[in-house]
Design a binder for this molecule. Structure first.
Ligand code: HEC
Ligand code: HEC
Length: 384
């Protein structure tokens, strides 16, 4: 009897020990959600990127039709979440020092404070970083200041392999991501399989960038309350309403003619008279058409007031300088946009604004700042 009882006890001990050790070691006991949570501020309750609560004027007016989302890459919550993790991951650069977010900072409207951006190895980019909000609403769908990338999916892989920016090769990126515990899970959640590929990386990054829609500025709030954008906004000061009129007026320089629709973005690359010489050839790089020399993408002006540098060459340092450029500083250029040429004299237009009008225009530009977008957690660094 005694011997039997002893055996039973040792058997129990043995079983308990086996159970205990298997709990500790077997990864199958740790769920995918737990792995994600251990590394990332990404929970099972995934953030919403796909169904935005857009104001009505985004849906039924000119904005919606500018959407460049391709049919084969609709934005999903997990797709954009994977994009967010990639966007903030320094592993995408050769020496693990920089991520997309190094040069596209949320607080700067996803642009960079310095004139030119510093890459992984200390080199500097030839152009100023671009703000990313409302990239989804550029109908011609081309990207970069010179529009050399035909789609956003094509654009997002280029910084990774750029010798100044991140200095990687795609096979190296894929190897690193495969070796990182949580990536296969994120790829599965986003695209249904754990396989990591160029195509999926491009799609996820593009989805995240497209989800950066600005629709919660003082301008948007005011726009929602009136039937026509030309009417005075009740939430605007007198100064801001006067600035809006100047921005949208047809006399002299019509800002709204180029920075168009309620997201204030262009339709094409243009020359706005920054210099006479086209040292940077702009869109000529891919069209090889003389008439395109010195033309650059017309960016959205949302969040323009939080930015430290302006224009493709980052040459202007304040909104006052930008306004003075259009007011009196437009240079002749053989490809200067017709909107900026005085028909009678065939010279660059001069707005001739008074000091008061300049401050009104500036006050209006400041209403385009979207503090929600600039601080929304779903666009922030997801790493713990
Ligand atoms: C070292 C700084 C740097 C890094 C890193 C970087 N970018 Fe950029 N980005 C720039 C600059 C500079 C431009 C403008 C370049 C040009 O026009 O030639 C740009 C342009 C863009 C544009 C074009 C926007 C438009 O409206 O046309 C997108 C989109 C973009 N970057 C996304 C990304 C993504 C995604 C990553 C990470 C994979 C990334 N960037 C990494 C500096 C950087
Ligand atoms: C003919 C079209 C056109 C008109 C009119 C125009 N712009 Fe622009 N704007 C552009 C283009 C093109 C760029 C980019 C130029 C570059 O970087 O070479 C630009 C750039 C800017 C930028 C810098 C954006 C950035 O991301 O760095 C600001 C700010 C701006 N414009 C404000 C205005 C204001 C204010 C007015 C009216 C006084 C105005 N624009 C009128 C075409 C235009």
């Amino acid at each position: 009897m005694k011997r039997f009882r002893f055996l039973n006890f040792s058997l129990l001990f043995f079983l308990a020990a086996v159970l205990f050790s298997s709990c500790k070691e077997k990864p199958s006991f740790i769920s995918d959600a737990e792995i994600l949570r251990a590394h990332l501020n990404v929970s099972a309750e995934v953030a919403n990127y796909s169904v935005l609560q857009l104001p009505n004027f985004f849906k039924n007016q000119f904005v919606a039709i500018q959407n460049n989302t391709p049919v084969n890459n609709p934005t999903t919550d997990w797709g954009a979440t994977l994009g967010r993790v990639l966007f903030y991951d320094q592993q995408l650069s050769k020496n693990n020092t920089i991520s997309c977010a190094s040069c596209h900072q949320q607080s700067q409207g996803f642009a960079d404070t310095s004139r030119f951006s510093t890459g992984f190895n200390g080199g500097t980019t030839p152009r100023h970083s671009m703000a990313l909000a409302n990239a989804v609403y550029y109908l011609n769908g081309r990207f970069f200041w010179d529009e050399r990338a035909a789609t956003l999916e094509e654009q997002v892989l280029q910084p990774i392999e750029d010798p100044i920016e991140m200095g990687m090769t795609m096979p190296e990126v894929i190897e690193r991501l495969n070796m990182t515990e949580y990536y296969p899970i994120l790829f599965e959640n986003a695209f249904g399989s754990r396989e990591v590929s160029n195509d999926k990386i491009a799609k996820a990054l593009a989805q995240f960038v497209r989800s950066m829609v600005s629709y919660d500025s003082k301008y948007d709030e005011g726009r929602s309350t009136v039937s026509e954008r030309t009417l005075d906004f009740p939430n605007f000061s007198q100064e801001e309403n006067a600035g809006k009129k100047i921005f949208m007026s047809n006399t002299k320089v019509n800002c709204f003619g180029c920075h168009n629709t309620d997201v204030f973005i262009g339709d094409n690359a243009r020359n706005n008279g920054l210099s006479e010489q086209n040292i940077d050839v702009g869109t000529y790089i891919y069209t090889q058409n003389e008439l395109d020399k010195g033309k650059f993408k017309t960016p959205s002006l949302k969040n323009i007031a939080v930015r430290g540098r302006f224009m493709h060459d980052g040459s202007l340092t304040s909104l006052d300088q930008v306004i003075e450029h259009y007011n009196s500083g437009i240079r002749p250029n053989k490809n200067l946009d017709p909107h900026l040429v005085d028909i009678a004299t065939r010279t660059p237009v001069k707005m001739g604004l008074t000091a008061l009008e300049k401050s009104q225009l500036k006050a209006f530009l400041e209403t385009l700042t979207d503090y929600t977008l600039l601080s929304d957690e779903k666009f922030s660094d997801p790493f713990k």
